[in-house]
Write a protein that binds this ligand. Structure first.
Ligand code: NAD
Ligand code: TDX
Length: 335
């Protein structure tokens, strides 16, 4: 059988990208090449069990122009997940964020421009800055960019490169900006896996500041179903916001994790706040729902979180190698 298409997925050994590859294998006939540098955040074991006839891993850097040129030439669609993705790391050392998120995106855009390939760009709601807790407004496709951190500013810059390459060079691109993801294979540096694995280790969850900051949580499978829908049916040049109406403050999330894991709800520590900590993100995904007919399937955050806790309990061998070094970095920052 001829494959439907050949997809190049950058960052496909990371959290969202690996779940996306699994989603593509289950829902399409496409062949996938993963281009991943296998940084501290990438792990080939996240792709174990996928059919070797359809999924291939190339270890390399999206900022390597020669490598990217050859790979893009041989594929029909490029889906760009690869990024330095953690805000706290970007405050300690912004340099890999500039190289991977900005230069990497630039090299991919130049290659898809040369070979006239379809491109989808994965981005974040953090490009819009933050909202007040009582602001009735949510982010939409027309909210002005106003990023706060080295991470979010390099993501914002990469989005603007994509928009310019569409307008100036006619690149066939779509963009999506999603809210906070949770689910299997998320690195233990991130909020939810950090607290779950702390409790599993007999340590206490660590809440930044007072914990009033709000994030708009979405299950990673809902994000990835939306991405595939946009690749298949989205309008070229357009941006789609992805969110599942999952606003929760961090304190409530920590208390829910403790409760689901059979601990007292107050068995957590307050630690140093993040510098420049965004207060609230909130997504209005009306466009994606009305124009492309997407709906989230994980509408109950509590049961999605319970499943995620079970996944970390059952997959300690996957996360254990990262845990001690991650906690050592936090400890050094009083977090
Ligand atoms: P992650 O850190 O888990 O994975 C990133 C992957 O990219 C890793 O496998 C890493 O090895 C790879 N990578 C890093 N630098 C690379 C380079 N120079 N060349 C090739 N590969 C490289 O991140 P994630 O949470 O899965 O995020 C994936 C994408 O989704 C990012 O673009 C991020 O900005 C975006 N996003 C994330 C969230 C979230 O909640 N995690 C929300 C919205 C958007
Ligand atoms: O130990 C912690 N305690 C804590 O209170 C950690 C690690 C985080 N937090 C807070 C900070 C945030 O308010 O929890 C919230 C979520 O933190 P992160 O998991 O670091 O996510 P965030 O900074 O919101 O960014 C995430 O969502 C948008 C992803 O990491 C980004 O890649 C994505 O773009």
């Amino acid at each position: 059988d001829e494959p439907m298409s050949r997809m190049l997925v950058t960052g496909g050994a990371g959290f969202i990208g690996s779940n996306f590859v699994r989603h593509v294998v289950e829902h399409t006939d496409d062949e996938v090449t993963v281009l991943d540098k296998l940084t501290y955040a990438g792990d080939p074991r996240t792709l174990e069990g996928l059919p070797q006839s359809r999924v291939h891993l190339v270890q390399g850097d999206v900022a390597d122009a020669g490598l990217v040129d050859g790979l893009v030439a041989g594929h029909d669609v490029v889906v760009h997940f690869a990024a330095e993705s953690h805000n706290d790391n970007s405050l300690r050392d912004p340099s890999p964020f500039v190289r991977t998120n900005l230069i990497g995106t630039y090299e991919l855009l130049e290659a898809v421009r040369r070979y006239e390939k379809r491109y989808h760009h994965i981005s974040t709601d953090e490009v819009y800055g933050d909202l007040e807790l009582d602001d009735p407004a949510r982010f939409t496709e027309s909210t002005p960019y106003n990023p706060s951190s080295p991470y979010s500013s390099t993501k914002a810059g990469s989005d603007l490169l994509v928009r310019a390459w569409v307008r100036s060079f006619g690149v066939q691109a779509t963009l999506s900006n999603c809210s906070n993801n949770y689910g299997p294979f998320q690195h233990v540096e991130k909020f939810i896996p950090r607290q779950i694995t702390n409790v599993l280790d007999g340590d206490r969850p660590k809440l930044y500041g007072a914990g009033q900051n709000v994030r708009d949580w979405i299950h990673v499978d809902d994000h990835n179903a939306a991405v595939l829908r946009i690749i298949e049916r989205g309008s070229i040049g357009e941006t789609y916001l992805i969110g599942a109406d999952g606003e929760q403050n961090n304190k409530d999330v920590v208390e829910l994790i403790l409760e689901l894991m059979g601990q007292p709800r107050d068995a957590y520590d307050h630690v140093n706040d993040r510098a420049g900590h965004d207060l609230r993100y909130a997504i209005d995904s009306t466009r994606l729902r009305t124009e492309l007919g997407w709906e989230p399937r994980f509408s109950d955050f509590c049961s999605g979180l319970a499943d995620t806790i079970e996944w970390y309990r059952a997959n300690e061998a996957w996360w254990r190698p990262q845990k001690a070094a991650t906690e050592a970095k936090y400890r050094a920052a009083g977090q």
